[in-house]
Design a protein around this ligand. Structure first.
Ligand code: COS
Length: 384
């Protein structure tokens, strides 16, 4: 749902201009330094980018899902590290509190997440629990008016910068399944919480991940999200339903960017006496990419509208994530191919995108997990 087309156009224009004029020129510096300059982060805060999707009553812009995916497509048109910096505050690092938190939890944390003063992160994955998230082993044992957390979370995006962690842990250590899992908010600096060293990744330089380690970490009972035990896995899944749609939009924006770069190169690069864009085999790669991006946009906007209308979009969100991220991988591959030898060279930038976008098919659920989610929803909704 778009609340006001005029207001949204203004927002999308200002994001698009910021991406073009401030972020794109800094892509190489960020990749080299593995760090977004502090000045740029400040500008992102001033623009309100950390609170795009947080409710207006807590200082955010309160974007609807349809508005959010359109904004995410614009943000996707530059290095994914920039989107990642604001991604967890708008998504997995705050959504648990937004959808299932108590009024007091919202009051306490959302305004600071919306302003970017606090960085949020989402701790689900563990060394032995990746795709099989319900098998997580981190425990949270009640002790008076606290829970004591023990366990290790792995590959946690923005953890090195985070001030607040949404942590899924087992409140019934004897319970094996998803029903024994609860979600907590844990503040950085809590005794017993420590970080591993920053992971060295294939791409997305400037976006950081690391282990988050809990050793007898005492968390006040009031930090149990919704003050309800046993529903943390469902909270995590609902967070991912929304997050997957967002990632689909970011992947689509990245594909648009790579296609634009490939088209520009094909128009300028001359071989056999003419611009290579005149060759039909190049045209086929451009056309296939254009059509797939268009299909992806249509899917994402449809799923977003359904979510805004209150429909459960678990299957649609997974369809969009699977299609958009796989499509983005194909577009990245074709873009490198169109650039030819130059596509393999760092100075042209396209190889960096090729590595950066590889993660889209993995995080917030691999393509294979999306297939499982989609097929299960089909089975669930089957009427003979
Ligand atoms: N919304 C609300 N509830 C949901 C849900 C959703 N989208 N998906 C599952 N649930 C509920 C189920 O209804 C079930 O509840 P009941 O026991 O009351 O019926 C419970 O959660 C457990 O669900 P399920 O049995 O489907 O869990 P599984 O262990 O079989 O696995 C998958 C579910 C594989 C889909 C899940 O583990 C998953 O998404 N894995 C990937 C994790 C991931 O994306 N990690 C990326 C890192 S986070 S950036």
């Amino acid at each position: 749902m778009i609340r006001s087309q005029e207001t949204l156009n203004m927002l999308l224009d200002s994001i698009s201009r910021f991406v073009r004029e401030r972020l794109v020129p800094s892509e190489e510096i960020v990749a080299e330094a593995d760090q977004i300059p502090a000045g740029l982060l400040r500008e992102m805060k001033d623009l309100g980018l950390f609170g795009l999707c947080l409710p207006e009553e807590y200082g955010g812009l309160g974007l609807t899902m349809e508005e959010e995916v359109l904004a995410a497509m614009e943000l996707g048109k530059t290095s994914p590290a920039f989107r990642s910096a604001i991604g967890s505050n708008n998504g997995i690092g705050s959504t648990g509190i937004v959808i299932d938190g108590t009024p007091a939890q919202k009051e306490k944390y959302l305004p600071r997440l919306a302003s970017g003063e606090l960085i949020g992160s989402f701790c689900l994955t563990e060394p032995e629990a990746g795709s099989d998230a319900a098998s997580l082993r981190t425990t949270a044992v009640r002790d008076g008016d606290h829970y004591v957390l023990n366990g290790t979370k792995r590959f946690i995006t923005n953890a090195p910068e985070a001030g607040l962690f949404t942590v899924m842990a087992r409140t019934d250590p004897a319970g094996k399944g998803a029903g024994a899992i609860s979600a907590f908010v844990v503040e950085a600096g809590t005794a017993g919480l420590s970080l591993g060293r920053i992971d060295r990744k294939m791409g997305q330089k400037g976006a950081h991940t690391c282990d988050v380690i809990f050793e007898n970490c005492r968390v006040p009972a009031e930090n149990l999200i919704g003050e309800k035990e046993g529903v943390g896995f469902k909270t995590a899944m609902k967070v991912l339903d929304k997050g997957r749609l967002h990632i689909a939009a970011v992947a689509t924006g990245a594909a648009e960017r790579m296609l634009a770069d490939a088209l520009r190169y094909a128009m300028e690069r001359r071989q056999f006496g003419k611009a290579i864009v005149e060759f039909e085999l190049i045209q086929a790669m451009l056309a296939d990419s254009k059509a797939e991006i268009y299909a992806s946009r249509c899917m994402i906007v449809d799923a977003a509208r359904r979510r805004d209308a209150g429909e459960k979009v678990t299957a649609e969100s997974s369809c969009a994530k699977m299609f958009a991220t796989e499509m983005c991988g194909r577009v990245a591959d074709r873009a490198v191919q169109i650039f030819g030898g130059a596509g393999y060279m760092s100075e042209y930038g396209i190889e960096r995108f090729y590595r950066d976008v590889r993660l889209f098919r993995i995080y917030e659920g691999t393509t294979q997990i999306q297939q499982i989610v989609i097929a299960r929803e089909m089975q669930r909704n089957f009427e003979s």
